[in-house]
Each structure stands twice: as C-alpha cells, then as structure tokens.
Write a protein that binds this ligand. Structure first.
Ligand code: NAD
Length: 270
C-alpha cells in the first residue's frame, strides 16, 4: 500500500535554512530571499567572526528572524561536524539545507595542481556529503526537509580546463539522486540546481583572464565569456537562484525530487 505523506504547513515562516557559502554571491542573495519569507538562517562563509556576527545581526534586525553565523572551513570534516551540531543545537533543527559554497580553478588536466583538485572536491562535493549526513536525522524526525545542492551546468556537461570542478559538480548531481531515493518516503526532497553564468565574484578571474588575453575591457570580456556557450546573452542575477530555491522549498514542489534542474539560458539545450 502507498504510504501517504501528510500535507505540509504551507508557510515556510519559522523554518530554519542553513546555506553554506552565504557571505557572497548566490548564497547571500538566496539568504535574503528566504529571510523575506520569515525563514530563520544559519549563515556561513569565510568571513571573520566579527564580520559574520554583524552580518547575522543585520539579517535579524532587517527581517525579524533568528540568524546565526559560522565560518567553518569546509575542507575540514571536523569543522563541518562542529558547525552542523552547533547549528542544530542553537536553531532546533535544519529544515532546509542549501549546499552552495564552491570554488573554481581553471587549468588543463595535465598540469592541474593536486592541491587545487583536492580543495575543489572537498569544498564543492565532500562537504555536501557531510552536511547532508548530519542534517538528515532531524529532517526525518520532522518528516519534512528540503536539500538543495547548487551544482552547475558543469554537473551536466563539461568544459575544457575545469577537470576538478566538472568532476565535483557531476558528483553532486549523483549524490543528489541517491539522497532523493533514500529520503522520498520521509517527506524530504533533494534536488540540484544547475546554473549557467551567474553574476558573482566566482567568475571574475575567468573574465580577467579573457580581458588580458584579448586586450579587451572587463565588460567586453564578460560578454565574450557568456556568449561562448550560453545562448541567452546575459548573466543571471544571484537572486534568481534564490527565487528558484524558494519555489523548491514550497509545498507545490513536494514532488520535485532527485532532479538536476538547469537554469542556464539554454546552454545544455544544444
Ligand atoms: P562566490 O565566490 O560569490 O561565493 C562562494 C562562497 O563560498 C563564499 O561565501 C565563500 O566564503 C564560501 N567558501 C569558499 N571556500 C570556502 C571554504 N573553504 N569553506 C567555507 N566556505 C567557503 O561564488 P558563487 O558564484 O555565489 O557560487 C556559489 C555556488 O554556485 C558554487 O557552488 C558555484 O560553483 C555555483 N555556481 C556558480 C555559477 C556562477 O556563474 N557564478 C554558475 C554555476 C554554479
């Protein structure tokens, strides 16, 4: 007999979201989108304690939510455990887990430095394995959870000079599918969002490299980078990813699980 999952409370207000890498770019913009709905936040990223605490205070004051900050280095599994356990203790539970933190390094595979490979796999992939493992108990106990992994078009297709990034992003797409299968009967969904170009600091080095090689302006190089692979000739605003995350958290999205969802200006339609 089919087990029916009880309808969930339609409001997300009062739930807690933990967003890794929410001090910049997509994570920070998504934190604002969720906070606007009254969702409490665990903010995280590589800021000093003082900077992070003041960011959390800004969120609490502006949105009247509970917000805390942690700067655990995601390359360190012990630091991840301490971070997650503290967050669960202080907030009660993690209802929405957004694995977003990520780094990039561009170099051909034959000279790709091992330390960069290890860092990208640790931060962009292994950290999500740890956070998911540590968040699942509470989500299962509450019979509700949303796990959203920020992958990339590079979780679906490859580009030259991105060996570690593509390996990590393809890996997180696979991890997402397994978690979705294992958690479907608990009211927990797991999905990966696969963005094309998003206007954040992560891609500035790539733009600068093109500008240097082509002797062009930063803006010209940016346009060249976008249009090389993405038919839609514009970058996404980080907030657009946040709006999509919000939808995936809603009850309307309860049947979307195990999906790798491109948001890529038709990049992977080719
Ligand atoms: P960003 O550089 O603006 O933010 C990265 C965040 O990760 C920061 O908060 C940073 O502090 C945190 N971080 C980095 N290394 C860390 C570490 N060792 N420990 C803890 N935190 C660490 O980048 P973004 O563009 O907002 O990227 C967010 C996610 O989106 C990444 O996973 C990235 O791969 C993915 N993505 C970005 C784009 C794009 O075009 N910008 C496209 C597709 C996917």
């Amino acid at each position: 007999m089919l087990k029916s999952i009880p309808p969930t409370n339609r409001t997300l207000k009062g739930k807690t979201a933990l967003i890794t890498g929410s001090t910049s770019g997509i994570g920070l913009a998504s934190a604002h989108v969720l906070a606007e709905q009254g969702i409490n936040l665990v903010l995280h990223g590589l800021l000093s304690d003082d900077e992070g605490i003041s960011l959390a205070q800004e969120f609490s004051k502006k949105y009247l939510i509970k917000a805390i900050f942690d700067n655990a280095n995601l390359m360190d599994s012990n630091a991840i455990s301490a971070f997650m356990n503290k967050a669960i203790k202080v907030m009660g539970s993690i209802d929405i887990l957004i694995n977003n933190a990520g780094i990039q390094h561009i170099e051909a595979v034959d000279t790709f430095p091992e330390n960069k490979w290890n860092a990208i796999i640790a931060i962009n992939l292994t950290a999500a394995f740890h956070t998911i493992q540590l968040a699942l108990n509470g989500m299962k106990a509450n019979s509700w959870g949303r796990i959203i992994n920020i992958a990339s078009v590079h979780g679906l297709v490859a580009s030259k000079n991105k060996a570690a990034y593509c390996a990590a992003k393809h890996g997180i797409v696979g991890l997402t599918k397994v978690v979705a299968l294992e958690c479907a009967e608990y009211g927990i969904t797991a999905n990966a969002i696969c963005p094309g170009w998003v206007d954040t600091p992560l891609i500035n080095d790539q733009i600068s490299d093109i500008a240097k090689t082509e002797k062009s302006s930063f803006e010209q190089a940016k346009y060249q980078l976008i249009t090389a692979k993405q038919p839609l000739p514009e970058m996404m605003a980080p907030r657009q990813i946040g709006e999509f995350i919000l939808f995936l958290c809603s009850d309307s999205a309860r049947s979307i699980t195990g999906s790798s969802l491109p948001m890529d200006g038709a990049w992977t339609a080719q």
